[in-house]
Design a protein. Structure first.
Length: 102
C-alpha cells in the first residue's frame, strides 16, 4: 500500500466499518468524515478493496454516495438483502431507509 495507507489508518477505517449495524449501510464519504478525513472517500474505497488482507469485515455494508453497490460484486446485493436491506432498483440501496445514523 502507498505511504498514506499506514496500518493505523487502515485499522481506523476498518474499525468504523465494523461498527455499521446489520441492516444498515454507510457511504464511503460518511466513513471518511467519521475518521476526520472528509475529502478521502476514495481512500476508504482503496482500503476496503484490500480489507480481506486484514480479516473479515462487513464491507458489503458500504455503498457510494448515491447508494450504488459495487459494480461486479454480485454477492454484495445478496448479503445486504439477507440483512433486510432492500434495493431501490437493481443497483442502488434505499439510503433514506437504510443509511446508518451515526
Amino acid at each position: 500500500m502507498k505511504k498514506i495507507l499506514d496500518e493505523s489508518l487502515v485499522y481506523e477505517i476498518l474499525s468504523v466499518v465494523e461498527e455499521i449495524p446489520e441492516g444498515n449501510v454507510a457511504t464511503y464519504g460518511q466513513i471518511a468524515r467519521l475518521i476526520g478525513r472528509d475529502k478521502n472517500s476514495r481512500l476508504v474505497g482503496t482500503v476496503l478493496r484490500r480489507a480481506g488482507l486484514y480479516g473479515e469485515y462487513p464491507c458489503h455494508r458500504v455503498v457510494n454516495h448515491a447508494g450504488r453497490i459495487v459494480p461486479g460484486w454480485t454477492e454484495q446485493r445478496y448479503l445486504l438483502e439477507q440483512e433486510g436491506v432492500s434495493m431501490k432498483n437493481d443497483t442502488h440501496v434505499d439510503l433514506k431507509r437504510f443509511q446508518w445514523d451515526c
